[in-house]
Design a protein. Sequence first.
Length: 154
Amino acid sequence: MVDPITFPSRTDGLGLPLLFAGQAQREIFLNQAFCLLDSLMTRAVTAALDAPPADPAEGACYRVLDEATGEWSGRDRSIAVRIGGGWHFVPPQAGMQVFDRAARCWYHFEGDWTRAVQPPAPEGGTVIDQEARDGLMQLIAALRNIGLLSPDSA
């Protein structure tokens, strides 16, 4: 005989609520899962804050900074999603990436949120190839324009 399958109450990746047999008000759990998916699938956050904004939009996502206060206290480094007038927190997973609209760059999570830092402009050396240096600076500018390097990391 096959062993029965048992499921946890939430998914591992995004913490989406799972339904179980005999559960009352299943629509609440299903709607919560849909709202989380709708907000998180864009992989974008409005901004990184240490306290909830005064008037957040429904479905808005924020990256919670360290030493958060108010309703976000104790939720450092998580993603705060506004659902049904309240906050739902998604703990980041290793490898998670989000685009911060306010900072205009991508953040990557590996124990902490990090972003790519712009390398220094080429200088010095015994042989100076100005065309190569100009090409490198154009490449850096292009990476900044698409959000792979932070605009303020210059």
